[in-house]
Design a protein around this ligand. Structure first.
Ligand SMILES: *Cc1c(COP(=O)(O)O)cnc(C)c1O
Length: 411
């Protein structure tokens, strides 16, 4: 298998132990032989599966009693070959044994927390996280008697300080949203192992091309597949990936919770994954070029991008990431209205939530995910009106920079 040629972060010190992720994204888990000699995998669009006669049914039931993975399917909520092929590819990409595709990134978050936590347990999570994850923990899990401590993003010491006898789980994103804070994954795994606590990383912003948390000893990885993995802003899905026994109860939960992925959606995810290596390579390069350009512009006050030496977690990012991704946050000189004038003057990026697709998207977090948050709370989280989040796509960086240049000239 050939080594992929991703743009190397200039400061990388240790070589991550994986290779060939572009190849894996294309070939892992895929059967080379399909019906009618089709090169592409078929979409098995069915809700149920038939048995030839009663003896066939009884043979299947017997087999199911003794095998953890029966050789055939029975009913759509319990499994589908199109979905399973994509799951196998995602597991290989993250270096896990099992991947469970679910209907959205939030389904991955809520399923994981509901299955791994029980009444009386304590969860530690980091701030600067996906808004709905925090709302779920603070509104829903609290009702079931699960306590939560939110610590500052990227702060390993704060995590260690809050581990108590009831702590079962540590959940963090890295990089975070919107400040791209990075948590030391190896350090986190070591602390958690010492205390017998499980670790879950939402690695959506990184993708397995830029970071593989399981390699550092993390227990479970979550992605919003909606973002980079599918990559075209045209579907919703999520995934939970892990090793060994830990994924068994999560897999079982799927037949009860019912948050399954439709076969046609799974096919589109598989199609998106085929170009993951190329897309991430381009988005890493665009991200770094645009972050450097913005940092040097007199009308830009501050830039957050883990590939810049000015980012507080640059050293951590260099140790554990292979590229720094396509999301850049920055504040322009002036107020929220100046930021809006700048955004409205842009021609290429669409104004939209989300990230990770081929199209560049831009937004003011104060007017998007934090619109109905109390302004005092919002400011305490560092979300100022003039903060802009730019999720770069796969356009040519020269065109994106020319667009930014003309729009900045108009504020
Ligand atoms: C978008 C996102 C989610 C939620 O995923 P959906 O697919 O929108 O449900 C969770 N975590 C992160 C970091 C995200 O960016």
């Amino acid at each position: 298998m050939s080594h992929t040629t991703l743009s190397e972060p200039p400061c990388r010190t240790t070589a991550p132990p994986w290779r060939g992720t572009s190849t894996l994204a294309l070939h892992a888990g895929a059967s080379r032989h399909h019906p009618y000699h089709s090169l592409t995998p078929p979409i098995i669009q069915t809700a149920t599966y038939t048995f030839t006669d009663t003896a066939d049914l009884v043979a299947f039931m017997e087999e199911r009693m003794f095998m953890s993975k029966p050789l055939r399917q029975e009913y759509g909520r319990y499994g589908n070959p199109t979905v399973q092929a994509v799951e196998a590819r995602l597991a290989a990409l993250e270096g896990g044994d099992e991947a469970i595709l679910v209907s959205s990134g939030m389904a991955a978050v809520t399923t994981t927390l509901l299955i791994l936590l029980s009444a009386g347990d304590h969860l530690i999570m980091t701030g600067d996280c996906y808004h709905r994850t925090r709302t779920f923990v603070q509104r829903v899990l609290r009702r079931f008697g699960i306590a939560c401590t939110v610590v500052p993003p990227g702060d390993l010491d704060a995590i260690a300080a809050h581990i108590g006898p009831r702590t079962r789980l540590i959940l963090s994103e890295t990089p975070t949203n919107p400040f791209l804070r990075c948590l030391d994954l190896e350090g986190l795994a070591a602390i958690a192992r010492r205390h017998g606590v499980r670790t879950v990383i939402d690695s959506t912003f990184a993708t397995p091309l830029n970071q593989r948390p399981l390699d550092f000893g993390i227990d479970l990885v979550i992605h919003s597949v909606t973002k980079y993995l599918a990559g075209h802003n045209d579907l919703m899905a999520g995934v939970i990936i892990g090793r060994g026994d830990l994924t068994v109860p999560l897999r079982e939960s799927q037949s009860m919770f019912g948050a399954v992925v439709d076969p046609t959606t799974a096919f589109a995810i598989g199609r998106g994954l085929q170009t993951l290596g190329l897309r991430i390579e381009r988005q890493n390069a665009n991200g770094l070029a645009i972050a450097r350009y913005l940092e040097g512009h007199p009308k830009v006050r501050r830039v957050w991008y883990p590939g810049l030496p000015s980012h507080p977690d640059h050293a951590v990012a260099c140790r554990q990431m292979r590229g720094f991704g396509g999301v850049i946050s920055f504040e322009i000189e002036g107020d929220g209205e100046a930021a809006a004038r700048f955004i409205d003057a842009l021609h290429l990026p669409h104004i939209a939530p989300s990230l990770g697709g081929v199209d560049s998207l831009i937004e003011q977090p104060a007017l998007m995910s934090y619109y109905d948050t109390d302004p005092e709370v919002r400011l305490s989280l560092g979300i100022r009106d003039e903060l802009i989040r730019f999720a770069v796509g796969i356009e040519d960086s020269e065109d994106l920079i020319a667009d930014l240049e003309q729009a900045l000239a108009r504020v």
